[in-house]
Design a binder for this molecule. Structure first.
Ligand SMILES: Cc1ncc(COP(=O)(O)O)c(C=O)c1O
Length: 395
Protein backbone atom coordinates (compact mmCIF):
# COMPACT_ATOMS: atom_id res chain seq x y z
CA UNK A 1 0.00 0.00 0.00
CA UNK A 2 1.20 3.53 -0.76
CA UNK A 3 2.27 5.40 2.29
CA UNK A 4 2.63 8.43 4.37
CA UNK A 5 5.00 10.91 2.87
CA UNK A 6 5.90 13.41 5.46
CA UNK A 7 5.55 14.76 8.93
CA UNK A 8 6.28 18.21 10.20
CA UNK A 9 9.29 18.46 12.50
CA UNK A 10 7.23 19.64 15.52
CA UNK A 11 6.03 17.12 18.05
CA UNK A 12 3.28 15.93 18.04
CA UNK A 13 3.20 15.88 14.23
CA UNK A 14 0.63 18.40 13.02
CA UNK A 15 -0.06 16.67 9.75
CA UNK A 16 0.22 13.57 7.61
CA UNK A 17 -0.04 13.43 3.83
CA UNK A 18 -1.04 10.39 1.82
CA UNK A 19 -0.69 10.61 -1.97
CA UNK A 20 -3.75 8.72 -3.19
CA UNK A 21 -2.67 5.15 -4.01
CA UNK A 22 -5.76 4.70 -6.24
CA UNK A 23 -5.37 7.94 -8.20
CA UNK A 24 -6.02 7.64 -11.94
CA UNK A 25 -5.97 11.16 -13.38
CA UNK A 26 -6.65 9.97 -16.91
CA UNK A 27 -9.74 7.91 -16.00
CA UNK A 28 -12.75 9.05 -18.06
CA UNK A 29 -15.70 10.60 -16.23
CA UNK A 30 -17.87 7.55 -16.82
CA UNK A 31 -21.62 6.94 -16.74
CA UNK A 32 -21.38 5.78 -13.13
CA UNK A 33 -19.88 9.11 -12.04
CA UNK A 34 -22.34 10.98 -14.26
CA UNK A 35 -25.20 9.25 -12.45
CA UNK A 36 -23.95 10.94 -9.27
CA UNK A 37 -23.02 14.42 -10.60
CA UNK A 38 -23.55 15.67 -14.11
CA UNK A 39 -23.64 18.84 -16.14
CA UNK A 40 -27.35 18.61 -16.99
CA UNK A 41 -28.42 18.49 -13.36
CA UNK A 42 -25.80 21.11 -12.51
CA UNK A 43 -27.54 23.53 -14.89
CA UNK A 44 -30.92 22.74 -13.28
CA UNK A 45 -29.43 23.43 -9.86
CA UNK A 46 -27.96 26.74 -11.04
CA UNK A 47 -31.35 27.80 -12.38
CA UNK A 48 -33.18 26.77 -9.21
CA UNK A 49 -30.76 28.18 -6.62
CA UNK A 50 -30.15 31.44 -8.47
CA UNK A 51 -33.93 32.06 -8.28
CA UNK A 52 -33.93 32.01 -4.45
CA UNK A 53 -34.24 35.34 -2.62
CA UNK A 54 -30.85 36.81 -1.76
CA UNK A 55 -28.84 34.71 -4.23
CA UNK A 56 -25.53 36.19 -5.27
CA UNK A 57 -22.13 34.63 -5.90
CA UNK A 58 -20.00 34.62 -2.74
CA UNK A 59 -16.77 36.68 -2.76
CA UNK A 60 -13.55 35.33 -4.24
CA UNK A 61 -10.58 36.97 -2.54
CA UNK A 62 -6.98 37.27 -3.71
CA UNK A 63 -4.84 36.92 -0.55
CA UNK A 64 -1.57 38.39 -1.80
CA UNK A 65 0.38 38.86 1.45
CA UNK A 66 -0.46 35.35 2.61
CA UNK A 67 0.51 33.87 -0.77
CA UNK A 68 3.89 35.58 -0.41
CA UNK A 69 4.36 34.28 3.12
CA UNK A 70 3.57 30.75 1.95
CA UNK A 71 5.95 31.06 -1.01
CA UNK A 72 3.32 30.34 -3.66
CA UNK A 73 2.30 32.38 -6.69
CA UNK A 74 -1.30 33.14 -5.79
CA UNK A 75 -3.86 32.25 -3.14
CA UNK A 76 -7.58 32.55 -3.91
CA UNK A 77 -10.11 32.17 -1.14
CA UNK A 78 -13.79 31.59 -1.84
CA UNK A 79 -15.67 32.93 1.16
CA UNK A 80 -18.79 30.88 1.78
CA UNK A 81 -19.42 32.59 5.12
CA UNK A 82 -21.60 34.99 3.18
CA UNK A 83 -23.87 32.36 1.53
CA UNK A 84 -27.54 33.37 1.84
CA UNK A 85 -26.82 34.88 5.26
CA UNK A 86 -26.60 31.32 6.64
CA UNK A 87 -22.88 31.33 7.31
CA UNK A 88 -21.78 28.30 5.29
CA UNK A 89 -21.72 26.63 1.87
CA UNK A 90 -24.21 24.11 3.25
CA UNK A 91 -26.94 26.64 2.43
CA UNK A 92 -26.63 25.34 -1.14
CA UNK A 93 -27.13 21.66 -0.31
CA UNK A 94 -29.64 21.05 2.48
CA UNK A 95 -32.16 23.60 1.23
CA UNK A 96 -31.84 22.22 -2.31
CA UNK A 97 -32.47 18.72 -0.90
CA UNK A 98 -35.66 20.07 0.73
CA UNK A 99 -37.02 21.63 -2.45
CA UNK A 100 -36.30 18.44 -4.43
CA UNK A 101 -38.19 16.32 -1.87
CA UNK A 102 -41.19 18.66 -2.00
CA UNK A 103 -41.12 18.85 -5.82
CA UNK A 104 -41.10 15.05 -6.09
CA UNK A 105 -43.96 14.70 -3.64
CA UNK A 106 -46.07 17.35 -5.42
CA UNK A 107 -45.40 15.77 -8.80
CA UNK A 108 -46.27 12.32 -7.45
CA UNK A 109 -49.54 13.49 -5.90
CA UNK A 110 -50.67 15.78 -8.73
CA UNK A 111 -49.29 13.70 -11.61
CA UNK A 112 -47.57 16.80 -13.03
CA UNK A 113 -43.95 17.64 -13.83
CA UNK A 114 -41.73 20.70 -13.93
CA UNK A 115 -42.87 22.17 -10.59
CA UNK A 116 -40.44 24.98 -9.65
CA UNK A 117 -39.13 26.11 -6.30
CA UNK A 118 -40.50 29.58 -7.03
CA UNK A 119 -44.06 28.16 -7.36
CA UNK A 120 -43.69 26.27 -4.09
CA UNK A 121 -42.26 29.37 -2.36
CA UNK A 122 -45.21 31.40 -3.65
CA UNK A 123 -47.62 28.96 -2.00
CA UNK A 124 -49.07 27.30 -5.12
CA UNK A 125 -48.88 23.87 -3.42
CA UNK A 126 -49.17 24.98 0.20
CA UNK A 127 -51.58 22.19 1.19
CA UNK A 128 -49.12 19.51 0.06
CA UNK A 129 -45.95 21.20 1.32
CA UNK A 130 -47.28 21.79 4.82
CA UNK A 131 -48.09 18.08 5.18
CA UNK A 132 -44.42 17.17 4.65
CA UNK A 133 -41.87 16.83 7.46
CA UNK A 134 -38.20 16.79 6.49
CA UNK A 135 -35.56 15.55 8.89
CA UNK A 136 -31.79 15.20 9.15
CA UNK A 137 -28.83 14.77 11.47
CA UNK A 138 -26.35 17.63 11.62
CA UNK A 139 -23.17 18.93 13.17
CA UNK A 140 -24.71 22.39 12.78
CA UNK A 141 -24.48 23.77 9.26
CA UNK A 142 -26.49 21.17 7.34
CA UNK A 143 -29.34 21.35 9.85
CA UNK A 144 -29.40 25.14 9.52
CA UNK A 145 -29.74 24.84 5.75
CA UNK A 146 -32.48 22.18 5.93
CA UNK A 147 -34.42 24.24 8.50
CA UNK A 148 -34.07 27.38 6.36
CA UNK A 149 -35.21 25.47 3.26
CA UNK A 150 -38.20 24.03 5.16
CA UNK A 151 -39.22 27.55 6.18
CA UNK A 152 -38.68 28.92 2.67
CA UNK A 153 -40.72 26.18 0.98
CA UNK A 154 -43.34 25.78 3.71
CA UNK A 155 -42.83 22.34 5.25
CA UNK A 156 -41.99 21.11 8.79
CA UNK A 157 -38.51 20.17 9.96
CA UNK A 158 -36.92 18.04 12.72
CA UNK A 159 -33.11 18.15 13.21
CA UNK A 160 -31.07 15.60 15.21
CA UNK A 161 -28.00 17.02 16.94
CA UNK A 162 -25.25 15.03 18.68
CA UNK A 163 -24.10 16.32 22.11
CA UNK A 164 -20.94 17.99 20.73
CA UNK A 165 -23.03 20.56 18.81
CA UNK A 166 -22.99 23.86 20.72
CA UNK A 167 -26.12 25.68 22.00
CA UNK A 168 -25.21 28.56 19.65
CA UNK A 169 -25.41 26.25 16.62
CA UNK A 170 -28.68 24.81 17.94
CA UNK A 171 -30.13 28.33 18.30
CA UNK A 172 -29.10 29.12 14.72
CA UNK A 173 -31.26 26.18 13.56
CA UNK A 174 -34.21 26.84 15.87
CA UNK A 175 -34.54 30.39 14.49
CA UNK A 176 -35.87 28.85 11.26
CA UNK A 177 -38.64 27.05 13.12
CA UNK A 178 -37.15 23.54 13.29
CA UNK A 179 -37.74 21.11 16.16
CA UNK A 180 -34.52 19.80 17.71
CA UNK A 181 -33.86 16.26 18.99
CA UNK A 182 -30.66 15.88 21.02
CA UNK A 183 -29.06 12.47 20.49
CA UNK A 184 -26.37 10.42 22.23
CA UNK A 185 -23.09 9.32 20.67
CA UNK A 186 -21.58 10.98 17.63
CA UNK A 187 -22.74 12.35 14.26
CA UNK A 188 -22.99 8.89 12.71
CA UNK A 189 -25.31 7.72 15.55
CA UNK A 190 -27.47 10.82 14.99
CA UNK A 191 -27.75 9.93 11.27
CA UNK A 192 -29.10 6.51 12.18
CA UNK A 193 -31.50 7.83 14.81
CA UNK A 194 -32.95 10.38 12.37
CA UNK A 195 -33.33 7.60 9.80
CA UNK A 196 -35.09 5.18 12.19
CA UNK A 197 -37.53 7.84 13.45
CA UNK A 198 -38.24 8.93 9.87
CA UNK A 199 -39.29 5.42 8.92
CA UNK A 200 -41.58 5.16 11.96
CA UNK A 201 -43.08 8.65 11.60
CA UNK A 202 -43.22 8.94 7.80
CA UNK A 203 -40.77 11.81 7.54
CA UNK A 204 -38.53 12.56 4.56
CA UNK A 205 -34.82 12.23 5.33
CA UNK A 206 -32.73 15.04 3.82
CA UNK A 207 -29.33 13.56 4.55
CA UNK A 208 -26.02 15.03 3.41
CA UNK A 209 -24.43 11.60 3.62
CA UNK A 210 -25.40 8.52 1.63
CA UNK A 211 -25.69 5.08 3.19
CA UNK A 212 -27.38 1.85 2.10
CA UNK A 213 -30.28 2.73 -0.22
CA UNK A 214 -30.28 6.41 0.75
CA UNK A 215 -28.73 7.90 -2.36
CA UNK A 216 -31.08 10.24 -4.21
CA UNK A 217 -31.21 13.09 -1.70
CA UNK A 218 -27.46 13.11 -0.87
CA UNK A 219 -26.86 13.10 -4.61
CA UNK A 220 -29.06 16.20 -5.02
CA UNK A 221 -27.29 17.85 -2.12
CA UNK A 222 -23.84 17.31 -3.65
CA UNK A 223 -25.19 18.64 -6.93
CA UNK A 224 -26.37 21.73 -5.04
CA UNK A 225 -22.84 22.36 -3.76
CA UNK A 226 -21.54 22.50 -7.37
CA UNK A 227 -22.92 26.06 -7.64
CA UNK A 228 -19.94 27.19 -5.58
CA UNK A 229 -17.34 25.82 -7.97
CA UNK A 230 -19.21 27.08 -11.01
CA UNK A 231 -18.97 30.59 -9.55
CA UNK A 232 -15.21 30.14 -9.18
CA UNK A 233 -14.74 28.79 -12.72
CA UNK A 234 -16.71 31.73 -14.06
CA UNK A 235 -14.15 34.09 -12.47
CA UNK A 236 -10.93 32.10 -12.91
CA UNK A 237 -10.64 31.15 -16.56
CA UNK A 238 -7.74 29.99 -18.76
CA UNK A 239 -4.32 30.64 -17.23
CA UNK A 240 -6.02 32.14 -14.16
CA UNK A 241 -7.28 28.70 -13.15
CA UNK A 242 -5.90 27.30 -9.90
CA UNK A 243 -3.23 24.61 -10.03
CA UNK A 244 -4.12 23.21 -6.58
CA UNK A 245 -7.29 23.07 -4.45
CA UNK A 246 -7.36 22.19 -0.75
CA UNK A 247 -10.77 20.93 0.37
CA UNK A 248 -11.96 20.09 3.86
CA UNK A 249 -13.56 16.68 4.35
CA UNK A 250 -16.32 15.52 6.70
CA UNK A 251 -18.27 12.69 5.05
CA UNK A 252 -16.77 13.77 1.71
CA UNK A 253 -19.82 15.29 0.00
CA UNK A 254 -18.33 18.76 -0.33
CA UNK A 255 -15.00 17.51 -1.70
CA UNK A 256 -16.77 15.11 -4.10
CA UNK A 257 -18.94 17.91 -5.47
CA UNK A 258 -15.88 20.00 -6.29
CA UNK A 259 -13.63 17.22 -7.55
CA UNK A 260 -16.44 15.53 -9.51
CA UNK A 261 -17.44 18.78 -11.23
CA UNK A 262 -13.80 19.51 -12.06
CA UNK A 263 -13.25 15.98 -13.34
CA UNK A 264 -16.30 16.22 -15.60
CA UNK A 265 -15.43 19.74 -16.81
CA UNK A 266 -11.64 19.66 -17.14
CA UNK A 267 -10.74 15.94 -17.17
CA UNK A 268 -7.02 15.29 -16.55
CA UNK A 269 -6.30 19.05 -16.80
CA UNK A 270 -8.07 19.67 -13.51
CA UNK A 271 -6.12 21.16 -10.59
CA UNK A 272 -4.47 18.85 -8.05
CA UNK A 273 -7.06 18.23 -5.32
CA UNK A 274 -6.03 17.63 -1.73
CA UNK A 275 -8.62 16.63 0.88
CA UNK A 276 -7.93 17.73 4.46
CA UNK A 277 -9.49 16.23 7.62
CA UNK A 278 -8.99 16.45 11.39
CA UNK A 279 -6.53 13.73 12.47
CA UNK A 280 -9.07 12.17 14.86
CA UNK A 281 -11.88 12.06 12.26
CA UNK A 282 -10.04 11.14 9.08
CA UNK A 283 -12.38 8.55 7.56
CA UNK A 284 -11.49 9.60 3.99
CA UNK A 285 -7.75 9.38 4.67
CA UNK A 286 -8.20 5.93 6.25
CA UNK A 287 -10.41 4.79 3.38
CA UNK A 288 -7.72 5.81 0.88
CA UNK A 289 -5.13 4.06 2.97
CA UNK A 290 -7.19 0.82 3.19
CA UNK A 291 -8.52 0.97 -0.37
CA UNK A 292 -12.15 0.71 0.80
CA UNK A 293 -14.57 2.77 2.93
CA UNK A 294 -13.25 2.78 6.49
CA UNK A 295 -14.86 3.71 9.81
CA UNK A 296 -13.08 5.87 12.39
CA UNK A 297 -14.27 5.86 16.02
CA UNK A 298 -13.96 8.52 18.79
CA UNK A 299 -14.38 11.32 16.33
CA UNK A 300 -15.68 14.16 18.45
CA UNK A 301 -12.44 15.43 19.99
CA UNK A 302 -11.73 18.21 17.51
CA UNK A 303 -12.33 21.95 17.25
CA UNK A 304 -13.23 21.26 13.60
CA UNK A 305 -16.60 19.98 14.84
CA UNK A 306 -18.39 19.99 11.48
CA UNK A 307 -15.74 17.66 10.09
CA UNK A 308 -16.14 15.20 12.99
CA UNK A 309 -17.47 12.33 10.87
CA UNK A 310 -16.36 8.73 11.26
CA UNK A 311 -17.99 7.25 8.14
CA UNK A 312 -17.70 8.32 4.53
CA UNK A 313 -20.70 9.05 2.34
CA UNK A 314 -20.72 6.08 -0.05
CA UNK A 315 -21.60 8.19 -3.12
CA UNK A 316 -18.95 10.76 -2.29
CA UNK A 317 -16.34 8.07 -1.81
CA UNK A 318 -17.18 6.60 -5.21
CA UNK A 319 -16.18 9.92 -6.82
CA UNK A 320 -13.21 10.62 -4.56
CA UNK A 321 -11.43 7.30 -4.46
CA UNK A 322 -9.74 7.60 -7.85
CA UNK A 323 -9.83 11.36 -8.42
CA UNK A 324 -8.26 12.98 -5.33
CA UNK A 325 -4.53 13.56 -5.58
CA UNK A 326 -3.73 13.35 -1.87
CA UNK A 327 -5.40 13.05 1.52
CA UNK A 328 -4.22 14.91 4.62
CA UNK A 329 -4.84 14.60 8.36
CA UNK A 330 -4.19 17.69 10.45
CA UNK A 331 -4.14 18.43 14.17
CA UNK A 332 -6.36 21.08 15.75
CA UNK A 333 -3.28 23.31 16.19
CA UNK A 334 -2.99 23.53 12.41
CA UNK A 335 -6.53 24.94 12.17
CA UNK A 336 -5.77 27.42 14.97
CA UNK A 337 -2.61 28.55 13.18
CA UNK A 338 -4.47 28.99 9.91
CA UNK A 339 -7.21 31.05 11.55
CA UNK A 340 -4.53 33.30 13.08
CA UNK A 341 -2.75 33.68 9.74
CA UNK A 342 -6.00 34.61 8.06
CA UNK A 343 -6.82 37.15 10.72
CA UNK A 344 -3.37 38.71 10.16
CA UNK A 345 -3.63 38.86 6.41
CA UNK A 346 -4.45 42.22 4.82
CA UNK A 347 -7.89 41.00 3.89
CA UNK A 348 -8.96 39.74 7.32
CA UNK A 349 -11.66 37.10 6.87
CA UNK A 350 -13.45 35.60 9.86
CA UNK A 351 -13.56 31.82 9.30
CA UNK A 352 -14.74 29.07 11.65
CA UNK A 353 -12.42 26.16 12.54
CA UNK A 354 -14.14 23.68 10.19
CA UNK A 355 -14.12 26.26 7.44
CA UNK A 356 -10.39 26.85 7.62
CA UNK A 357 -9.19 23.24 7.40
CA UNK A 358 -8.25 23.43 3.72
CA UNK A 359 -6.14 26.52 4.30
CA UNK A 360 -4.64 24.82 7.37
CA UNK A 361 -3.56 21.92 5.15
CA UNK A 362 -1.91 24.34 2.75
CA UNK A 363 -0.11 26.19 5.57
CA UNK A 364 1.29 22.87 6.86
CA UNK A 365 2.53 21.79 3.45
CA UNK A 366 3.88 25.19 2.44
CA UNK A 367 6.41 25.03 5.26
CA UNK A 368 7.65 21.52 4.49
CA UNK A 369 9.98 21.02 1.53
CA UNK A 370 9.33 17.30 1.03
CA UNK A 371 5.56 17.56 0.93
CA UNK A 372 5.72 20.65 -1.26
CA UNK A 373 7.60 18.52 -3.77
CA UNK A 374 5.22 15.58 -3.32
CA UNK A 375 2.24 17.63 -4.49
CA UNK A 376 4.13 19.84 -6.96
CA UNK A 377 3.66 23.06 -4.98
CA UNK A 378 6.07 25.87 -5.89
CA UNK A 379 6.37 29.64 -6.32
CA UNK A 380 4.27 29.54 -9.48
CA UNK A 381 1.36 27.61 -7.96
CA UNK A 382 -2.09 29.15 -7.74
CA UNK A 383 -3.97 27.61 -4.81
CA UNK A 384 -7.71 27.81 -4.21
CA UNK A 385 -9.12 27.28 -0.72
CA UNK A 386 -12.75 27.52 0.31
CA UNK A 387 -13.64 29.13 3.64
CA UNK A 388 -16.69 26.91 4.09
CA UNK A 389 -18.09 28.61 7.20
CA UNK A 390 -17.84 31.81 9.17
CA UNK A 391 -17.53 31.61 12.98
CA UNK A 392 -20.84 30.91 14.75
CA UNK A 393 -21.91 33.82 16.98
CA UNK A 394 -21.74 32.94 20.67
CA UNK A 395 -19.50 29.87 20.21
C1 LIG B 1 -18.11 24.22 7.41
C2 LIG B 1 -18.02 22.86 6.80
N1 LIG B 1 -17.00 22.61 5.98
C3 LIG B 1 -16.87 21.40 5.40
C4 LIG B 1 -17.77 20.38 5.67
C5 LIG B 1 -17.54 19.03 5.05
O1 LIG B 1 -18.55 18.62 4.21
P1 LIG B 1 -18.81 17.08 3.97
O2 LIG B 1 -19.32 16.48 5.26
O3 LIG B 1 -19.77 17.00 2.86
O4 LIG B 1 -17.47 16.46 3.65
C6 LIG B 1 -18.85 20.62 6.53
C7 LIG B 1 -19.83 19.58 6.84
O5 LIG B 1 -20.70 19.73 7.66
C8 LIG B 1 -18.99 21.90 7.11
O6 LIG B 1 -20.01 22.20 7.91
Amino acid sequence: MAFLVSMHSDSPPPFRLLPNPLLDRTAPYSLAEQWILNRGRHLEVMEEISSWPGYEPTPLLDLRPLAKELAIGRLSLKNEGARFGLGSFKALGGAYGVVRVIQDEIERLTQTSGVTGREIMDGAYRDIACGITVTCASDGNHGRSVAWGAQLFGCRCVVYLPPAVSPAREAAIVQYGATIVRTRGDYDDAVMEAHRDAQRLERFVVSDTSYEANVNVPRDIMQGYTVLLAEVLERLTGSDRPTHIFLQGGVGGFAASVVGHLWETLGPDRPACIVVEPDCANCLFESASLGRPATVTNVHRTIMGCLACGEVSTLAWYILERSVDAFMSIADEAAETAMRRLANADLAVPVGPSGVAGLAGLVCIAGDADTRTAIGLDRSSHVLVVATERPTKGE
